[in-house]
Design a protein around this ligand. Sequence first.
Ligand code: ZN
Length: 544
Amino acid sequence: MHPLLLVWMAVAAFTPPPALAQNAAPGRDTILRDQLKADLYFLAGDAMRGRLTGSAEYYLAADWVQSRFERLGLATSVQRFDLVRARLANGNSLAVTTGRGVRRDGRVREDFHPQIFSPAAEASGSVVFAGYGIRAPKLNWIDYQEADVKGRIVLLLDGDPGADDPASVFDGVVSSDWGTSLRKVQAAQAAGAKAVLVVNGRAEANRSGFAASSRGVWPDTPAHLQSYTLASYADKLHIPAVQISPALAELLLGGPLSKWREESEKPRGKAVALDGEVRLRTAVERQIVEDRNIIATIEGSDPTLRAEAVLVTAHYDHNGADGAQIYNGADDNGSGTVALLEIAEAYALAAAAGRKPKRTVIFAAWGSEERCCGPLLGAWAWTENPGWPLAQTVAVLNMDMIGRSEEVPVGGGARFRGLAEQTAASNANRFNLIGWSYSPELGRVVEQAAPGLDLQPLRRYDNNRSNLLRRSDQWPFLQRGVPAVWFHTGLHADYHTTFDRPERIDYGKMERVARLVHQVSWTLANQAGRPKMLDPRPVPKLEQ
Ligand SMILES: [Zn+2]
């Protein structure tokens, strides 16, 4: 554990509670379980067929949220953004010529494939190896100088350095945003690279797996769930970006990948020129899919503080239907969406009775949280083109799955990786507060309000192999310096199955969580100061 972390934890542990209790939020009693239930039976009913991005029912769900906001008399707007869906076309090629003159023609989906976000493009020339391909001065980590990669093809490792190290500055055991291939390719292009080759440095033990994983990315027939990239990212990329097999990488590196990876577990400082050349061409066809975030606003009453906003958020999409199999997504995330409507109603009714918050409160229903790769597309779209300045955003309160109690079965398997076995009954009055470690002050506001609703926040997943920290819409905001937390009643056996249905929801608990988020938003919108963001944050100790 880093010594600074010890000091920080000691300070956090002994901070006295504030003298004043939070002022009760007006309109709380209008947040009612029966209304949540009625809305959820509609939104997560079979007729909505799982609200899959791009489907008719998805746009209907968006329209419904919009009309409900409008009916409350709130200033409502639609943030439109485009997604790009790619299909593999004919003509992908990649040829490696080593320094010793050996030539190998890679086969698409056997030895290489275009990244899902790659444009159709081509490049040829010499190659440099840039370790993990990360330039993060804030974290004291530089893998290459911009001049090293200018005009070159860059070979880099995917993922984070120290991926299994709980004390890693790259978010401990959570996969960091720095480690995503999209961010690395964006950075390499900005530094003048001609193309990027990405290899999984940890796959050397499983070389035969490359073709299988390649077919997972680019299946023979379109999968039920398709992959997307934000058009605002895709439009700016013009260099080809491919994933290559470890075997092909070793041909370029002239030796075992494991050695190069081990040497890359420290910042490299400089890229290394490799012998040999690469000629590659990516061929993909792109299709645009329209998407929407639905936004409603209560303007603050204080002439100064109204320039600052609190965001209350939930994603409204889910995983659609596959024939008669309907992924209703009642908990995920019909629950958060209908709670968002109830909280908005509480504000609208209070405002009509003359009680408005000092700061502005914005309600955002995000699109396409579930869609790969990477997900959280609606929230990322907002951070790319913010409807409210991020610097003037006091906090983001995200609700995603707030209608159940965490339940991890014995031998739960990969879906529950990193989570301890536990029963729903043991978590009946608990929820997970995720993202608190970026702003312990925000965490304390939640902690002070929770007992009044007979709820106990658990801070257990900010450094956990489940990767929960980055699995909902608070994540893009945390990456952009905005305090943000996720209220989450936990995974359970019905998560992402056809059993996530409205009749399995605990509406009494959902009412309490919705009232809590309402209270926290009110406190943040009215208190004197705003919660501080730790950036970079001290990574908390590994949580199990
Ligand atoms: Zn979700």
